[in-house]
Design a protein around this ligand. Structure first.
Ligand code: SF4
Length: 333
């Protein structure tokens, strides 16, 4: 039976905005999310820009404050309550939970050598005592990330996008984290390089027993990489299931629409699937009821008034839609 590394219940992240007559209002970037990330899994989190996926990832890294609900991290050595984590325990969590950035060009200091970029977290966290020890660890993780060890003295500008992303990955992994959030980590790369970096991440997941939260706006990338998929819309989790189940039977109209956006190689595909129309509403002006009803072709009256709860239909599936049962036979994948 799989063990859970991250468990969140009713997790919310709100930001104060504005300074109107009635005082500041709260923008709920993540609202009441339940999520279980199993140890050693490659967990995909997908949604359009503005869905709250990046904020959720940052909240689980303690990079933004959790303003509601609960979140726990349990790796067998430590058990941390992420809502209250502070002081030495937060410092320790920084070694265990790391982030790989999206943009390999902006993430690396142009004035530091590759060796120094990768070594910096070790020095900041005090994980090595001597330069020899630091160098040995840098070389070890650089080799695992398929970097040429002869190039450690070079500066980032000498490298391609794919090589730079491997430097970013090495920097994120040098402290030996057990949980890594990869936020749009291949989005800035060419398609052929994307596959190379994704294969590397999968290899590192297996070899180093790392649990990945892989965040992407692109379902086609997530679907072919991850063990489990969770779909977010306007701060809510609308569907979550093992990847094979989502492929077999996506339950939520929004998930179906994301699948429709994946270009088909099938010449007989006449585009019968549901297409996603319109823009995601602003988080500052959210519609009542189901947050997807302004774009959903299946919306009925109740959808506009009552927010659907996350249901558990079986097969590890969770879905938040009033009509998922009746739509199951009619929706076309
Ligand atoms: Fe569409 Fe209604 Fe389901 Fe929301 S609850 S996804 S509006 S059918």
């Amino acid at each position: 039976m799989s063990e859970t590394l991250i468990k969140a219940r009713g997790l919310s992240v709100g930001f104060k905005i504005g300074s109107g007559f009635f005082g500041k209002s709260i923008l709920k970037a993540v609202d009441n999310v339940d999520i279980d990330i199993d140890k050693g899994s490659f967990f995909g989190l997908v949604g359009e820009s503005g869905s709250g996926k990046t904020t959720l990832g940052r909240a689980l890294l303690k990079a933004v404050p959790i303003t509601g609900g609960s979140a726990h991290y349990t790796d067998g050595e430590v058990d941390y309550d992420l809502t209250t984590l502070a002081g030495p325990e937060l410092k320790d969590y920084r070694k265990r939970a790391q982030l790989i950035f999206q943009d390999p060009y902006a993430a690396l200091s142009p004035r530091m050598t590759v060796r120094d970029i990768i070594a910096e977290p070790l020095e900041v966290m005090g994980l090595t005592k001597t330069r020899e020890e630091t160098d040995a660890r840098v070389r070890e993780i650089a080799a695992k990330c398929r970097l040429n060890l002869e190039h450690l003295r070079r500066f980032p500008h000498a490298f391609s996008g794919g090589q730079r992303q491997r430097i970013s990955i090495a920097r994120a992994l040098v402290s030996g984290p057990k949980f890594v959030v990869a936020d749009e980590s291949v989005a800035a790369l060419d398609v052929s390089i994307q596959a190379d970096v994704l294969n590397l991440l999968k290899e590192l997941q297996r070899d180093l027993k790392i649990t990945f939260l892989f965040i992407s706006h692109d379902l086609s990338v997530v679907a072919h990489t991850c063990d489990h998929l969770a779909v977010m819309y306007l701060g809510r989790l609308v569907e979550s299931a093992p990847t094979r189940e989502v492929f077999k039977a996506p339950r939520h109209p929004y998930t179906r629409a994301l699948f429709s956006a994946i270009p088909s190689l099938d010449p007989d595909d006449r585009g019968t699937a549901q297409k996603l129309e319109g823009e995601i509403p602003s988080p500052t002006n959210q519609p009542p009821g189901c947050k997807f009803h302004t774009r959903c072709p299946f919306a009925v009256d109740i959808c506009k008034r009552v927010e659907p709860k996350l249901e558990h239909p079986g097969d590890g599936h969770e879905v938040a839609c009033h009509r998922w049962r009746e739509l199951a036979d009619t929706l076309v994948a």
